[in-house]
Ligand binder design. Structure first.
Ligand code: PMP
Length: 409
């Protein structure tokens, strides 16, 4: 039994009052709040163990190194990674995908090769590939969406072929709430001899993820969206593929031997972790993985599905509203627009009632163009949100409609 009140007790920030109202935090796709367990892991690390990792033989350095490597094991287990050697700490999804685009893309892409993405990608799974394509002469192709916001898998079949070297796809859309068939795309990619990259920024926090079952070669995620601190995320890569890649950043720790005119590289994952890493944040992310595992990702998914469906159903009763994305198999993201109300104005008005939602293009400008809107409002739910918060959202949206309607008429 999922005890929502007990879960909420774990998050100190949820007690905040904003504009005289209890905070309803519905901006979880942007970043999540942090449970006490993660906050304690951060302060505990700094109060008891802080030292630079790997370089020291003194007690604290050994403890810090052990804590960092334990965090790697925890996150690897959380993602179903068979081998923690494939788990690289980064700053987040953006850096993880850039790592692949530089260290794999720039080394191995050639003129005439193709990278197949989708028109729903976040800029962080698009711009790094544009940069890699400019340098290598590779071409980008895009799988379109159907009217309901799901990927056109027939077009995917057509686009993925002998020239494809990598398929990259967002697992769960941060705008449409679609859960994409990345397993099927991975099969298509592999049949064509290509690799599969999954942007898991919106799936790792919300769905049970098993990189082995997904069949992907790369999986990127951000710690701050899955109850962890900012400044840390992960790239999981199949060890055989990581071995083949060039380093991303050069410097301390990523080397085996350095000479004045050349160097050799450390083993994976250290080859990709140059300089002093975000050690405390990695430890915090390890604690976040523990917290999510203790709650059970299936329970988290079921709770969010319930809240997401309730929000979809309640919001669809608002007159003239447009909600984007499919009706079924959604995550807890609801993007919508109302005629005569700019999403920014709506978000500002909701803030007066203590309700935090996001408005804008959500770093998906090509998708906004495809949907024919400059921006949407987006409420995004997580494991601590309640039906009562959905009711407050709907009430505030109705109030905003009346308020702006008065000006429009
Ligand atoms: N991909 C998706 C689908 C996202 O929602 C986000 C964050 N909004 C990112 C990538 C980028 O994540 P980060 O800013 O943590 O690197």
């Amino acid at each position: 039994m999922y005890d929502i009140e007990k879960v909420r007790e774990d998050f100190p920030i949820l007690k905040r009052v904003v504009n005289g109202k209890p905070l309803a935090y519905l901006d979880n796709a942007a970043t999540s709040q942090k449970p006490r367990k993660v906050l304690d892991a951060l302060t505990g690390y700094y109060e008891q163990h802080n030292a630079n990792v790997k370089r020291g033989v003194h007690r604290l350095s050994e403890e810090a190194t052990a804590a960092y490597e334990e965090a790697r094991e925890k996150v690897a287990r959380f993602l179903g990674a068979p081998d923690a050697r494939g788990l690289i700490f980064t700053r987040g999804t953006t850096e993880s995908i850039n790592l692949v685009a530089y260290a794999w893309g720039r080394k191995l892409l050639r003129e005439g090769d193709e990278v197949v993405l989708t028109e729903t990608e976040h800029h962080s799974n698009l711009v790094p590939w544009q940069l890699a394509a400019q340098v290598t002469g590779a071409k980008l192709r895009f799988i379109p969406i159907r009217e309901d916001g799901t990927l056109d898998m027939d077009e995917a079949e057509r686009l993925i072929g002998p020239r494809t070297k990598l398929v990259g796809c967002v697992h769960a859309s941060n705008v449409l709430a679609t859960v994409n068939q990345v397993e099927r795309l991975a099969e298509m990619a592999h049949e064509a001899g290509a690799l599969m990259l999954v942007d898991g920024a919106q799936s790792a926090p919300h769905l049970p993820v098993d990189v082995g079952r997904l069949g992907c070669d790369f999986f990127a995620a951000s710690g701050h969206k899955m109850l962890g601190p900012t400044g840390v995320g992960v790239l999981w890569g199949r060890p055989e593929v990581l071995e083949e890649m060039d380093p991303f950043l050069g410097g301390g720790e990523m080397i085996r031997e350095v000479h004045l005119d050349h160097s050799t590289w450390n083993d994976i994952p250290y080859k990709f972790e140059a300089g002093t890493m975000n050690v405390a944040q990695a430890v915090g992310l390890g604690a976040a993985s523990d917290y999510l595992e203790e709650l059970g990702m299936q329970n988290v998914r079921e709770h969010e599905k319930r809240i997401g469906e309730y929000a979809y159903h309640r919001l669809s009763e608002v007159e003239d509203i447009t909600i984007y994305g499919p009706e079924e198999n959604r995550t807890g993201v609801v993007s919508f627009t109302l005629p005569d109300i700019h999403p920014h104005d709506l978000a500002q008005l909701l803030d007066e009632d203590g309700i935090a939602i996001r408005s804008g293009h959500h770093c998906c400008q090509p998708l906004m163009r495809r949907l024919g809107v400059p921006a949407t409002a987006r409420a995004s739910f997580y494991l601590y949100n309640t039906e009562e918060e959905v009711d407050r959202l709907v009430e505030a949206v109705e109030k905003a409609r009346e308020f702006f309607g008065a000006f429009a008429s």
